[in-house]
Design a protein around this ligand. Structure first.
Ligand code: MTE
Ligand code: MO
Length: 196
């Protein structure tokens, strides 16, 4: 094994983690389609509704009683910024789904306001998604989705619904807020036309 300067190998590791066309940010940009909800925990609950209409609900106390995980992940927004090594604490969707019986293949995450986003259920399972409530050692700021947001770091960040309050399990795909059709796979902040 040769001698490698730590600075060089660190730099190379960073570049390898950055997908083509993305640039690094060191601040934490805020991208919100509407106003930031500031109700905090008033009336907060989180529900998972199955395709047969079965509702599984957690209030904040029940949610906090679930086992949480500390995770460090890279974030990628399709508007080209990436942020590496972000530290979160959250409850994994595997934990939340443990008692849920479903044959659904799709999910829609619903947030306060009219923000929704769709994704295949498998993208939420097997350690790939969390309901995150702490960021960088502090309670998650409202601007970034506090009290809790979906965090699906292996997908572009628009899937990580801020102020998330529920997930609906569906046997069919259903387009979300940025997704004018079920087949849309690219984020188009500027080109979105209103869905009425
Ligand atoms: N509820 C809600 N969630 C949202 C959005 C939004 O507008 N509303 N924007 C999405 C987009 S496009 C991105 S890039 C990330 C930005 O998260 P941040 O503001 O914490 O950086 O949130 C995603 N989740
Ligand atoms: Mo985004």
């Amino acid at each position: 094994m040769g001698i490698v300067s730590p600075g060089f190998s660190g730099h190379r590791r960073t570049r390898e983690k950055l997908p083509p066309g993305q640039y690094l940010v060191h601040d934490f940009p805020v991208l919100s389609a509407g106003p930031t909800p500031r109700d905090g925990l008033r009336g907060w609950d989180f529900t998972i509704t199955t395709e047969s209409g079965q509702v599984n609900a957690w209030d904040w106390a029940a949610f906090q009683a679930l086992p949480a995980e500390d995770i460090t992940v890279d974030l990628h927004c399709v508007t080209k910024w990436s942020k590496l090594g972000t530290r979160w604490r959250g409850v994994s969707l595997d934990t939340l789904m443990a008692g849920v019986t479903t044959a659904a293949e799709y999910a829609v995450a619903r947030a306060v306001g009219d923000y929704t986003t769709n994704l295949p259920l498998e993208d939420l399972l097997d350690g790939k998604a969390w309901i995150a409530f702490r960021y960088d050692g502090a309670d998650l700021e409202p601007e970034h989705g506090g009290p809790a947001r979906l965090l699906v770091p292996h997908l572009y960040l628009w899937k990580s619904a801020k102020w998330v309050r529920g997930i609906e399990l569906l046997d069919h795909d259903e387009p979300g807020f940025w997704e004018p059709s079920a087949t849309t796979t690219t984020e188009t902040h500027g080109a979105r036309s209103p869905r009425t």
